[in-house]
Design a protein around this ligand. Structure first.
Ligand SMILES: [NH3+][C@H]1C[C@H](O)[C@@H](O)[C@@H]1CO
Length: 627
């Protein structure tokens, strides 16, 4: 095929085009990006006196454990504590251990910060010490430190220690332990514990921050926006279980946590301000959602009752961008260390409200007519099906989600070409090729569901993304979803980046997202259009600062494709760079084959007219100087 490139740009590439969709699904947050290493660290949202309440904790050397609704809770937000009884006549170190989120990585030389609150149930003359340690599941100590204590401490007391292992554990099967030396004096003692925490070093050393390896993998995509806090995980199964911004900011002692929408309790240690600081650290804009009056269990708040939820949304937005002298939520932000507003241009009203389109008409109307006048510079994004139902006020932007087969994405790269250019803009907020079975997209691996992205799915997505660049005059942002998943406990596949307690596994689709994001250019150059329902797709952008032409090519079938490019420019460099991601159709990066398909760079011959052969199942990014 011969592709003639126009030297005149048709539209700028919006700076917000490529970014990330985040929600706490498959332990993307708790046990993933959020660096806290202990699972069930504060016994939040559990039922006292049940074994489930002890999830991730175990007894050491005979200690009797139970989660109790404390008569003297450590805080009003954390009513539960762990009661540890040292049995009479016990010997050796007796106490409690935590297994982390399906493992704890222990690296020599890293400094771990451990903390917890304790109080003795009743005063005694006991004198002894806590031994705080990291040890292998077999019980071998990796590092430990002691803290002297006395039985006089019947009011909550916080312990904070650092642990610096001199040896790395050979696996992630390790535990965090707190034990008492149990000479005869300890026998019979009852100690209450609350809000444990164990942090490794964090990304940019942010307190309460992000896990370095996952954060670095995300940062390397060069993302320009971060959608938060969800997806389904915004919504709650019931109105009371919805995500509430004010329950996720401030000291951890004040964060009650919530029942997440993906089958596990969210600590909300990764809260609104932590998200906003993360955006600041990566130079990303937040695309922030507000709860829109619909819970996933099926409840829509009646129009007459929306007031308090609209007020809560107003406070949430003011927390982000309000004037700390005029708004209490903004003053709270300042008191927590960020007097200046955070940047915010987009607020999404709900998530996938096509599930409750009949009530979205009044919910959208009432939220937006109340909020838009207060925040004239915010662009509100509608989440029901585009133009269906008709909404008032007319949405300026819509969030479009597409989960389908690799071939659907290749065949629909012209999805936006036919959209009217009337000022409305579009957020391709969630998209991914997730199944090879067009009649059972959301099925199981047995019926075609992908467990990890493949080269075929990544090339389908790349084909679609060339269309998003061609239509970036109306598509302002796009993000693959879901972003992250813990391979040991995940509720959705495939995902852009998989991880476990010890490693991160970037997928084929991750490399496609990274190739497009890092080579996004500044303006789109029209060229000969690909065949709409063909198998070979391309887009051309120019990076003005370097006078680089960047051609992205996706070949979505096994047969190599020969392309000839005509560049009517005065001068074109003789050589350029090709970054090529290619592999067998079903090739995936997995924990056992983590780097099976990775981009490889090569030098290619370029010029005013040059040819390039796109390998079968490949995504190529060609870049060279021309002007
Ligand atoms: N069902 C998908 C759509 C929803 O918004 C997300 O929470 C889910 C996984 O990305």
């Amino acid at each position: 095929v011969t592709v003639t490139v126009s030297p005149t740009a048709s539209h700028p590439v919006p700076t917000t085009l490529w970014g990330q969709m985040f929600e706490d699904i498959s332990h993307s947050g708790d046990g993933g990006l959020y660096a806290e290493l202990l699972q069930n660290r504060a016994f939040q949202q559990v039922t006292p006196n049940t074994t489930a309440a002890l999830n991730a904790w175990h007894s050491i050397n005979g200690a009797a454990l139970s989660v109790v609704a404390d008569i003297l809770p450590v805080s009003s937000a954390l009513p539960n504590s762990l009661q540890v009884t040292i049995p009479a006549g016990s010997t050796g170190l007796v106490g409690v251990g935590n297994e982390g989120y399906f493992g704890i990585k222990v690296t020599a030389g890293s400094t771990y910060t451990a903390s917890f609150h304790y109080r003795f149930a009743k005063a005694s003359s006991f004198k002894g010490s806590f031994k705080v340690a990291l040890q292998t599941a077999a019980g071998r100590s990796l590092v430990s430190t002691s803290v002297s204590i006395t039985g006089e401490t019947t009011k909550w007391q916080e312990v904070k220690v650092t642990l610096r292992p001199t040896i790395s554990a050979s696996s992630t099967a390790n535990n965090f332990t707190v034990t008492l030396d149990s000479g005869s004096a300890a026998s019979g003692q009852i100690v209450h514990f609350a809000l444990f925490s164990l942090f490794p070093p964090t990304f940019k050393n942010r307190p309460n921050g992000m896990r370095v390896d996952i954060a670095t993998t995300l940062a390397e995509m060069g993302p320009s926006f971060f959608r938060l806090p969800g997806g389904n995980n915004l919504e709650g199964q019931t109105v009371d279980q919805r995500w509430q911004w004010n329950a996720t900011v401030g000291p951890l002692l004040n964060r009650p946590g919530r029942i997440g929408d993906w089958g596990y309790i969210n600590t909300d240690g990764l809260g609104l301000m932590d998200y906003l600081n993360w955006c600041e650290d990566l130079g990303m804009q937040a695309i922030m959602a507000i709860w829109s009056g619909f819970a996933l269990g099926g409840t829509s708040v009646a129009e007459a009752d929306l007031g308090p939820y609209i007020q809560q949304a107003m406070d949430q937005i003011n927390f982000v961008i309000g004037d700390s002298k005029k708004s209490a939520p903004a003053a709270l932000r300042a008191s927590l260390g960020h007097p200046d507003p955070y940047p915010l241009a987009y607020v999404e009203v709900g998530n996938e409200d096509f599930f409750a389109a009949s009530t979205y008409t009044y919910r959208w109307h009432d939220f937006v007519t109340a909020l838009q006048p207060k925040f004239p510079n915010i662009r509100f994004i509608a989440t029901s099906d585009t133009f269906n139902p008709i909404l008032s006020p007319n949405p300026q932007s819509w969030d479009q989600h597409n989960y389908n087969t690799p071939s659907w994405f290749a065949e629909n790269s012209f999805f936006y070409d036919g959209f009217e250019r009337n000022g409305t803009t579009y957020f391709e907020g969630e998209y991914a090729a997730i199944s090879t079975n067009s009649s059972d997209i959301f099925g199981t691996p047995a019926t075609g569901r992908l467990t990890f992205p493949t080269m075929q799915s990544a090339s389908g997505e790349a084909a679609y993304m060339t269309g998003l660049e061609r239509n970036a005059d109306i598509v302002f942002s796009a993000s693959y979803a879901p972003l992250l998943n813990h391979v040991t406990n995940s509720q959705w596949t495939p995902n852009l980046i998989s991880f476990d307690a010890g490693n991160v596994y970037p997928s084929t689709s991750y490399y496609v997202q990274k190739l497009f994001s890092l080579n996004r250019g500044d303006e789109y150059l029209p060229s000969t259009l690909p065949v709409q329902n063909g198998t070979l797709f391309w887009s051309v952008v120019r990076k003005i600062s370097t006078q680089q032409i960047i051609i992205k090519i996706s070949n979505t079938v096994e047969t190599a494709a020969d392309l000839t490019f005509e560049l009517p420019f005065r001068s074109v460099a003789k050589t350029g760079t090709a970054q090529i991601l290619t592999g067998a159709a079903n090739a995936s990066n997995t924990p056992t084959t983590p780097n099976l398909v990775v981009p490889r760079n090569s030098t290619i011959a370029t010029g005013k007219r040059f040819s390039y052969i796109a390998p079968g199942f490949s995504v190529s990014v060609l870049s060279f100087i021309a002007h």
